[in-house]
Design a binder for this molecule. Sequence first.
Ligand SMILES: [Fe+2]
Length: 216
Amino acid sequence: MSADDACNQIVDTIFKVLIDGSKRDYIGERISQLEHCLQAAAQALDSGADEETILAALLHDIGQFTTSPDQKQMICDASALNDLDPGAVDGAKQISVGVTGHERIGAVYLRQLGFSEKVAALVESHVPVKRYLTAKYPDYYDGLSGASKLSLKYQGGPYTQEQVELFEKDPLYAIKVQIRQWDDAAKVVDLKVPDLEYYRPIAIRHLLEQKGRVTV
Ligand SMILES: [Fe+2]
């Protein structure tokens, strides 16, 4: 199999994971998970970000979908979410607000498939950045969706001052915060953005670069 074919197969696999995962409800939000990922990627694209950052934005939640049914869901009382975000959930008594550790699951999965360490690190950081921002900027918490406020509790809550200072020394600190901001804004109903196939050549080029088959 050629390197091109192998990379195409990897991209087929991750796109299928995103499409199949999107068939599950994005509980607590009013758009699908796939729309959310595409909107995050579109913001990266519009900002002129590099291709690794664009891919990280597109794939930041992939760990939500690569999980088996027994993986630990963050379950909470749906009425608590309705208090925070009226109309977000109808009927259900208990809901999941995500998969515990999905950022780490996603990063491991992407490394295994051949994505770069930068892509994996950016994916891995999008939950810790929420912990950073809620510690650093109290107003940030108020702007989170109901589901995101609830999942923060399961993710360890806001950082301590020591953790805040440590995070600000990370060389990827600024771009990690940027991805989180795109993530937060990627919840617009009926927004028109490029579809998944738009990102295929970017992902293939990236995977080929990682294999050392092309020069950049
Ligand atoms: Fe997200």
